[in-house]
Design a protein around this ligand. Structure first.
Ligand SMILES: [Fe+2]
Length: 276
């Protein structure tokens, strides 16, 4: 599905946009299922079976319509070779750990401000963290748009190469080389990088010695609302594939409701990097 050039782009920038990820006939069928099943984010109807157990539950409940719809949604993983993409992105064996879809209604509220996932906390930074995650415990997300999105209208925008900074932050905290302080929001992330010890550790760990400096420059004036230079147009059936460990946002769906279908992949535990 993705050629080696596209995989390289995904690894370098942390994301890639794929036009016509679904064919017209695939799109029609998938849209129909998602329009019927997907509600607001987190609603359980919008979760599709992604393993043997969840399919079995639907059979045992004699829920054949849901079973068949889930099967069609699941088939995309094979048709589009999603685990191959995940495997090549991480350089590790991967597993699927979620498939869901949801609607973000048209309005004035940003879907999610600039942030990184795998940061334990919300924008208040007030969670008491007991366990720090292994840096490989992080998803590659395949986001298929089922409605139109555009600049300042529901597109998932991404700051290139920020996934690499995110990885080094998580690694530094996990290996106790760095002290945790909140880094969920863009503002917190930037504050975290301004701490000299953090800056030095990440710069030493990365091959790109300009990584933080260029990130600081391009992220300096970003606002959560409105358009940004990282926004783009996408049509139903297009996809954006990205590491959740980089800085991204869901812009406000100002013109229409946004419907997306998502697949999550992450490295299998036994393939996590072992640190000394
Ligand atoms: Fe996110």
């Amino acid at each position: 599905m993705l050629n080696s050039e596209s995989i390289l782009k995904l690894k370098t920038n942390g994301f890639i946009k794929v036009q016509k990820f679904l064919s017209d006939s695939e799109l029609e069928k998938i849209q129909k299922i998602c329009q019927y099943r997907c509600k607001s984010k987190g609603n359980k109807e919008g979760f599709f079976s992604h393993n043997f157990k969840s399919f079995l539950v639907k059979i045992l409940k004699l829920n054949f319509k849901k079973f068949n719809d889930d099967l069609r949604i699941f088939k995309i993983t094979k048709e589009k070779k999603l685990s191959y993409i995940g495997q090549n992105f991480f350089g590790k064996t991967v597993e699927i750990n979620n498939i869901d879809g949801y609607i973000s209604p048209k309005g004035n509220t940003v879907i999610l401000p600039w942030h990184t996932d795998r940061a334990y906390t919300d924008k208040h930074g007030d969670k008491n963290i007991k366990n720090f995650l292994h840096p490989d415990d992080c998803n590659l997300k395949i986001f298929i748009y089922l409605t139109n999105v555009g600049p300042g209208n529901g597109c998932m925008s991404y700051i290139p190469k920020s996934h690499e900074i995110g990885y080094h932050i998580r690694k530094g905290i996990f290996t106790k080389k760095l002290q945790y302080s909140p880094y969920w929001s863009l503002k917190q992330f930037r504050e975290f990088l301004k701490i000299k010890k953090n800056f030095d550790y990440i710069t030493t760990s990365s091959d790109d010695k300009n990584l933080i400096d260029s990130f600081m420059k391009i992220s300096e004036n970003l606002k959560d609302a409105g358009e940004s230079e990282f926004d783009y147009e996408a049509n139903p059936g297009d996809a954006i594939i990205f590491s959740e460990g980089g800085i991204h946002r869901g812009s406000t769906p100002t013109k229409n409701d946004r419907l997306v279908l998502r697949y999550f992949y992450k490295p299998q535990k036994q393939s996590y990097t072992v640190f000394e």
